[in-house]
Design a protein around this ligand. Structure first.
Ligand SMILES: NC(=O)c1ccc[n+]([C@@H]2O[C@H](COP(=O)([O-])OP(=O)(O)OC[C@H]3O[C@@H](n4cnc5c(N)ncnc54)[C@H](OP(=O)(O)O)[C@@H]3O)[C@@H](O)[C@H]2O)c1
Length: 319
């Protein structure tokens, strides 16, 4: 049987690379559409010789998106921009770009589209980032009604921006910030981290599941944690002790506004807005289980990649 071609936008990103691996393992011919093909060759060994092809495409450009989806039976969109820079605005990527992929996928006759969004995506949010993700979802649904929308909670894995960032802060900072409206509620916002391998498998399974057509899934791991508990987990895994200090959201917003002047801000006001609200799959929503996936606990995976943040870690140390 001829291999089905699946185009993956954002295949070079954190989640995208695991999607490429999962699709290659499932036997698909994977076409990875990226802005910088030279930086994506590391993906080739994820499949057999010739199974993973790399091609240039930019979500802001009609012609390149159309070329990338030509002949594809399915399309996966794992593109995202966490900060705006130049032409890479939230509107250009999360709204127009997502709409462009959906429209091109339908025009090319693709049968399936899996779009990766996020829990909380909401066109009415006061955060420009979350608002754009919500508007993008709506546009995708309009352009490609059978699209499957996956909304992960925070995603963890070796290249994550979650546990790696917490561990990096815990290594350097004498005290750890927990944000809140009052000292009592500081650090109580909850999140349900989901393993990147589970998200990638969810993409692969959704492509083969007729029940996933037109459906939305909210993806979370086996357990919800408050941010205070996330810090405690990171401290335990890295063998450190630190005090947690409540920081009012209002003060944090002022600090974030200043940090946003940096090219790669470690904290933005949009991220703070995200930290104000629980990021949990809705109990009524479809989830990993509906795609036949048993979620992997963070405790089973993070010790391996947070090892480099451990106290007394030495390069080349044995045992
Ligand atoms: N990571 C999480 O915890 C998490 C949680 C919930 C939802 N999500 C969602 O999952 C998706 C992927 O997130 P991620 O963490 O994997 O992000 P990431 O590591 O930043 O990857 C983003 C990808 O998008 C590509 N990209 C950016 N601008 C592009 C453009 N104009 N044209 C084509 N490709 C472009 C990037 O490639 P180049 O920049 O090299 O072109 C990269 O491959 C996003 O929609 C994000 O909102 C992530």
């Amino acid at each position: 049987m001829e291999q089905r071609i699946v185009t993956v936008f954002g295949g070079s990103g954190f989640i995208g690379r695991y999607v490429v691996r999962a699709l290659a393992a499932a036997g698909d011919a994977v076409r990875v559409a990226v802005r910088h093909p030279d930086a994506a060759h590391f993906l080739r060994p994820m499949g057999d010789v010739g199974q993973v092809a790399i091609m240039q495409a930019n979500l802001r450009d009609d012609a390149s998106v159309a070329r990338a989806v030509a002949g594809a039976a399915a399309v996966v969109n794992a593109v995202g921009a966490y900060v705006e820079a130049g032409a890479q605005t939230y509107a250009a990527i999360h709204v127009e770009g997502y709409g462009r992929v959906a429209r091109a996928a339908r025009a090319a006759g693709a049968e399936r589209l899996v779009h990766i969004s996020g829990i909380g995506a909401n066109p009415a949010s006061r955060s420009a980032y979350i608002r754009s993700k919500g508007e993008g979802e709506a546009l995708v649904r309009r352009e490609f009604p059978a699209a499957t929308i996956l909304r992960p909670s925070a995603v963890f894995g070796p290249e994550d921006a979650l546990f790696n960032q917490l561990a990096a802060v815990a290594r350097l900072a004498p005290v750890l910030p927990i944000f809140g409206h009052t000292p009592a509620d500081a650090g109580t916002t909850r999140v349900q981290p989901v393993y990147v391998g589970n998200v990638a498998q969810a993409v692969a399974n959704a492509l083969d599941d007729p029940a996933a057509r037109g459906a939305i899934y909210e993806l979370g791991g086996p357990k919800a944690y408050t941010y205070r508990e996330l810090w405690q987990l990171v401290l335990k895994v890295t063998g450190r002790r630190r005090l947690m200090v409540p920081i009012p959201f209002a003060l944090a917003r002022v600090q974030a506004a200043l940090l946003e002047l940096l090219p790669n801000p470690p904290l933005t006001r949009d991220q703070l807005t995200l930290l104000e609200t629980d990021n949990l799959p809705a109990p009524s929503a479809r989830g990993l289980a509906d795609l036949g996936i048993v979620p992997t606990p963070a405790e089973a995976v993070i010790p391996r990649y947070l090892d480099r943040f451990r106290r007394r870690y030495r390069i080349g140390a044995v045992g």
